[in-house]
Design a protein around this ligand. Sequence first.
Ligand SMILES: [Zn+2]
Length: 281
Amino acid sequence: MLIDIHTHLVNPNFYIKEGKTNFAINLFLKKTNYTNYKNYIANLISIINASKLDKTVLIAIENSEVCANNEQVLEVCKNHSEFLYGVNLNPFDKDIDLKVQNAHKNGVVLVKILPSFQNVDLSDKGCIPFFELLKEYNLPLLVHTGKEYTLKTKFQNLNNPDLLENAAKIGVKIICAHCGTRIFLHEKNYFKNWAKLAMKYENVYGDLSAMITPVQIFDLKKILKSRELKSKVIFGSDYPGFPCDFSVKATGNPIIDSYNFYEKIGFDDTMFKNAEKILNL
Ligand SMILES: [Zn+2]
């Protein structure tokens, strides 16, 4: 089964005109012909069907005006077989046991955490019971790593892959979104931190989502040069994100353009096979 591990759903109450957004979000949504919630879902389904992919993981984000929450994402996943459920949880929620249990009952395939947006330090010992739960339910943890660009965020350093050492030691399957990379040259790059963690722990991976700007090419080439790192990456588009590398002839389908780009520079089927293996599909 071919999977895109990283796609987003817009909040049903989101309207571009209300200004609850930034330049990047507006650009992404306009490019995908967004007019409203229903047309966003229909467009994404036709984009998946036109590609060689079977399904995408739809990621929920709680407390965001831009992205849909757990309940909304679950509803869409129940009604459309093209989507797999990615729940957003906070390890410090009082009823976290119940939330993990419920998500599991609802067929969740992964848990997403955005440390800087959620203000969660994943190296905090308080997260250990949560990691043990994920291990028990065999649920992978997808963590945003590297600078957060689209959601309001205070402490960017929370997105450092080094903070995932406890979870890695416990044996949680960890996917570092964007492999810790940066989009602009002057920013802090956590790529080396990701690479070190991925080399050290068998259960640590990275997703290729939104690694499509000219700056990230340097890090992508480092992955391609290392057999070990190349075996640790998973395909993701970060839809409605699209490739900003102009060397790829755009088809206008952001998911096709993303995997065409990775295939062109030398990534192979491992980036799809890893998703199947990690998500137990
Ligand atoms: Zn994303």
